[in-house]
Design a protein around this ligand. Sequence first.
Ligand SMILES: Nc1ncnc2c1ncn2[C@@H]1O[C@H](COP(=O)(O)OP(=O)(O)O)[C@@H](O)[C@H]1O
Ligand SMILES: [Mg+2]
Length: 226
Amino acid sequence: MSETLVAKDVDLFYGASQAVKRASILLRRGEIAAITGPSGSGKSSLLYCLAGVLPASQGEIRFEGRPFNELDDDELSTLRRDRFGFVFQYGELLPELTVEENAALPLRLAGQRKRAALAAAGEVLGRLGLSELRERRPSQVSGGQSQRVAVARALVHRPAVVFADEPTGSLDSANASAVLDEFLTLARSQGTAVLIVTHDPDVAARADSRYSMVDGVLTTQGPVGS
Ligand SMILES: Nc1ncnc2c1ncn2[C@@H]1O[C@H](COP(=O)(O)OP(=O)(O)O)[C@@H](O)[C@H]1O
Ligand SMILES: [Mg+2]
């Protein structure tokens, strides 16, 4: 089964205001899908629904064939922790932890022993060119490095899907482009599907499939090159 995440006719309301209107999406194993659209169009809201963070008001979301609404809260949080990864605009590293401890966090939360978790984190950090920074705190690394650490943390547990919400929105364009290249290359090398929200048309052009969102309505733009 190559369908990883499927959403059908998802609505999301905040009170009386509808942020997501009958959104449908199909994400295959290892697929990179990009969502573009103006600010306030509902991209983050949709991502939170698809990641099981916000419950959809209507519609169905299935991960590996199982509808979210058949999972209880514990099952859903275990799913998010073990099978999903997240990258946000500012990286959102924990300031008290070192770079390697930040990157190892998903493995520690899943119960892996410290030594094994740090070893796995070290390997991913190495692939992102961050080996030298392992013992630094987030305050002691640059913005681009910190986003790379966030990428390492999102991928370290080899999740099925990474949700990335404008993951390089805080970086200058050269840095953003380098970090995105490394992120997508690493995700592809481990078969992780990526759903990425971005303002950047160049990023969207690198995806396998593209969507745009306007006023809560998600439209597929089909495979790149079609
Ligand atoms: N927690 C919230 N409560 C109420 N309204 C919200 C909330 N989060 C977002 N919104 C509204 O939902 C709409 C979509 O927001 P959002 O999903 O953040 O869009 P985007 O990520 O495309 O900028 C906007 O009108 C926004 O003001
Ligand atoms: Mg947003």
